[in-house]
Write a protein that binds this ligand. Structure first.
Ligand code: HEC
Length: 202
């Protein structure tokens, strides 16, 4: 039940970020321009240090991280072919703060903000789950003992897909927002990562 409620809420947020928020507060004009979770939520959680925060994107076939030396991620996909990624979010083993209860995230192509498309993902790329939220408690060999969420997302560059740069927006959270007041009640720490998408044709 809880998972369901959280994810329905997150879907509302997707609508909000897409500019189709309708009557959802605050005003529609602001919703359409919301560039990140921080437009509405407070960055007030205890999970502020990057050192104990895990944000990783893996290729599900190889189980290897797509992280680059500069802290970005590089996803290379052959046109027309599906690729499944794992979004891994959490806190390291031995974290000094109490673990988050639920992580929420969104892959966003900034060029889509304020546009009419419902998808905020890179134009021309099919994707099944560009945003989600999940209760902490998943396991992954390379992050043993960590408090994690791990969830797959399958993407596929269509005929019109081009290289793109996405922002992976992440919130580690605990507690629940007060109805209609997303800055109250919930503790959350916000992080961003750059994800470069490359489509190859041979
Ligand atoms: C346009 C404003 C807005 C934006 C942008 C937004 N949120 Fe929210 N968020 C809300 C509101 C409003 C609620 C629900 C509070 C309520 O119950 O009325 C909510 C609820 C949530 C909840 C569930 C809290 C609960 O009570 O169960 C999570 C988790 C969350 N947001 C994460 C995010 C993340 C992650 C992002 C960015 C990717 C984001 N939000 C962007 C407004 C926003």
């Amino acid at each position: 039940m809880k998972i369901k409620r959280v994810c329905v809420l997150t879907f509302i947020i997707m609508l909000a970020l897409s500019g189709k928020g309708m009557s959802y507060p605050p005003a529609v004009g602001i919703l359409g321009k919301a560039a990140s979770c921080m437009s509405c939520h407070a960055n007030n959680g205890p999970w502020t240090d990057e050192r104990q925060t895990i944000i990783d994107v893996l290729d599900k076939d190889t189980m290897k991280s797509l992280g680059q030396a500069d802290g970005t991620f590089l996803v290379t996909v052959k046109r027309g072919e599906p690729k499944t990624l794992l979004t891994v979010i959490g806190r390291t083993k031995g974290d000094t703060a109490e673990a988050p209860y639920r992580n929420a995230w969104l892959y966003l192509d900034a060029s889509t903000i304020g546009g009419s498309s419902l998808s905020k993902f890179a134009p021309g790329w099919d994707v099944n789950l560009p945003m989600s939220c999940r209760i902490v408690g998943d396991k992954l060999e390379q992050y043993e003992g960590a408090a994690l969420t791990v969830l797959p997302m399958t993407i596929r560059p269509t005929d019109v897909a081009r290289d793109a740069e996405l922002t992976l927006q992440v919130m580690l959270t605990q507690g629940e927002s007060v109805k209609g007041k997303p800055k109250e009640g919930m503790l959350g720490s916000y992080f961003e990562r750059k994800v470069k998408m490359k489509v190859t044709d041979e």
